[in-house]
Design a protein around this ligand. Sequence first.
Ligand SMILES: Nc1ncnc2c1ncn2[C@@H]1O[C@H](COP(=O)(O)OP(=O)(O)O)[C@@H](O)[C@H]1O
Ligand SMILES: Cc1cn([C@H]2C[C@H](O)[C@@H](COP(=O)(O)OP(=O)(O)O)O2)c(=O)[nH]c1=O
Length: 230
Amino acid sequence: MAPGLFITFEGIDGAGKSSHIAPLAAAWRAQGRCVTLTREPGGTPLAEKLRALLLHDDMDALTEALLVFAARRDHLRCVIEPALARGDVVLCDRFTDATFAYQGAGRGFDTQVLSYLERIAQTGLALEPDLMRNPDLTLWFDLAPDVAAARLADARSPDRFEALDTAFFHRVAQGYAARAASAPQRFARIDAAQPQAQVWQQLTAVLVQRGWLADGAGVVPAMSVPGATL
Ligand SMILES: Nc1ncnc2c1ncn2[C@@H]1O[C@H](COP(=O)(O)OP(=O)(O)O)[C@@H](O)[C@H]1O
Ligand SMILES: Cc1cn([C@H]2C[C@H](O)[C@@H](COP(=O)(O)OP(=O)(O)O)O2)c(=O)[nH]c1=O
C-alpha cells in the first residue's frame, strides 16, 4: 500500500485554494489513488459546528485559538489520521498555518501559546504515539491582499474574517511568509497572481517533482469550481 500523504492548502481568503482542490483530487483519483478531501475549520460534524461559531460569532483571539484547535483535534482524530492510516491522499483546505497567520499575525495573539496548543492538539493520535502530525506538503497560494479582495468582491458575501480590512490581510500574508520561511522544505510557494491555467501547471509540477503525481495530470480546472463541494 502506498503511504498516506497529507497535503494542505494555505493563503489569504480569495487566493484561489478552493478552486484547485477538487480538480487535484480528480487528478489523483484518475491515477487510482483514494483521496480524502476536507477542510478546516471543519471536516467532522463537531468541527463544522465550531466552524459556524468561528465564522459568525464575535469572540476574542484566545477563544478563536481554542476553538480552532478543538476543531482540529476532532478532525485529526476522526478523519485525517484514519485516512492516512488507510494510505489516502488527504487534501485539506487550511490547517495550522492558518492559525499562525490569522490568530497569530492577523489578530496579534501570542505565537508561543499557539505553538503549545499545536503540540498538544496534534500529538497522540497517529500510529506512532509521539508524532506531532504535520502536513507532508503545504501549497501556499501567495497573492497580494488587494488582488484577493477584488476577486472576492465579485464572488461571495463575506464571513467574519473576510469582512476584515486590508491591513489585517497584509498581516496575515506576512504571517504566512514567516511560517513558510521557518519550514522551507514543507512549503511550496505558488504564485497565485498568475492566470488559473498557470497556477494549475505550477501546482502539478510541484507534485510531479516529488513523485506523488504522474505527469500529464488532469485538465485545467474551470474557473467556477466551488469550494462549497468540500
Ligand atoms: N488564478 C486566478 N485568477 C483569477 N481568478 C481566480 C483565480 N483563481 C481563483 N479565482 C477566482 O477567485 C475567487 C476566489 O477563489 P477561491 O478558490 O474561492 O479562493 P480561496 O479558496 O483561496 O478563498 C473565485 O471567484 C475564483 O473563481
Ligand atoms: C483553519 C483556520 C481558518 N481561519 C479562518 C480563515 C478563513 O477566513 C476562515 C474560513 O476559511 P475558508 O474555509 O478558507 O473560508 P471559505 O470557505 O469562505 O473560503 O477561517 C482562521 O482564522 N484560523 C484557522 O486556524
